[in-house]
Design a protein around this ligand. Structure first.
Ligand SMILES: [Fe+2]
Length: 279
């Protein structure tokens, strides 16, 4: 190989990898489906939950991509939709009115519930110079008909049966209050599902009676190195970086890779539309 061939070959591979990581994989949505056996409560039939997270509307994640993701997610015919935080990245580069219209596609298809993430406003976002409270994000969600569970719980009845949802506030924003969130949760009737943006927030409710916890936050690492895994995962307990993983007492934690991303790239870690089927 001549020096000239080597140079152009290497440069070509670099441009190809860059284009793949920034222009192809970030919008290459993968729809996944996992079965979860739940002991408590009686469901009339398998109960389908569409779990979406980390939408990150921003200069890198346009609304048309989120609408496409919602349409593809709804093809799974969910009985319930759960959103686990990071609807925006910062306080700019998204259109609130367009966001409300986009989210209405979800709420018109199934009951839709949401927990908040660190990017959605509060202590963590304020340190980055963004929203000091999640009120602007809560407004977008509620205008679209999404029920926001911020350290509180609610029973949801669907044609497939009833579940009890508990939503925690964000762990990094010092807004994750397990005792308050689980106050008054009925123990005998329905499966109890906890919406919690950051899997580390489980430390706030280790003894609480949830059976399935839905999380996001990690983006699956955004970059997955073959035979090694993600080089950087922003959580302490790395067991819950992505996927459906067992937790003490026959419980489950599901961490989805999320729909959006930060800074516009993904490598070997496609955006995910997760469906969980409770049986
Ligand atoms: Fe995120």
């Amino acid at each position: 190989m001549t020096r000239r061939n080597f140079f152009f070959g290497t440069a070509g591979a670099g441009v190809g990898s860059y284009s793949y990581a920034y222009y192809f994989e970030p919008s290459w949505l993968e729809a996944t489906e996992k079965q979860v056996a739940i002991a408590r409560g009686r469901l009339r039939r398998p109960f389908r939950i569409l779990h979406l997270s980390d939408l990150h509307a921003s200069e890198y994640i346009p609304m048309r991509y989120l609408v496409e993701a919602f349409e593809k997610g709804l093809a799974a015919k969910p009985d319930l939709i759960c959103l686990t935080g990071d609807y925006i990245t910062s306080d700019r580069d998204f259109d609130a009115a367009a966001y409300v219209q986009a989210l209405k596609r979800l709420t018109s298809a199934a009951p839709t519930y949401a927990a908040l993430g660190n990017h959605d406003g509060g202590d963590w976002a304020a340190r980055a110079g963004w929203y000091p409270t999640p009120d602007p994000v809560i407004q977008i969600l509620e205008k679209a008909g999404v029920t926001v569970l911020r350290n509180r719980n609610e029973q949801v009845a669907t044609t497939a049966g009833a579940v009890h949802l508990v939503g925690l506030g964000d762990w990094w924003s010092n807004d994750c209050h397990g005792a308050r969130a689980f106050e008054g949760v009925p123990l005998e009737e329905s499966p109890i599902i906890c919406l919690n943006h950051n899997p580390d927030g489980k430390e706030e409710c280790l003894q609480a009676p949830w059976e399935l916890m839905l999380c996001g936050h990690t983006h699956g690492g955004q970059v997955m190195v073959p035979f090694y895994g993600p080089p950087r995962i922003p959580i302490i307990d790395k067991r819950y970086a992505h996927g459906l993983n067992p937790f003490d007492g026959g419980r489950w934690i599901h961490t989805t890779r999320g729909v959006g991303n930060i800074l516009g790239f993904r490598i070997n870690c496609r955006p995910e539309l997760s469906t969980l089927v409770l049986t």
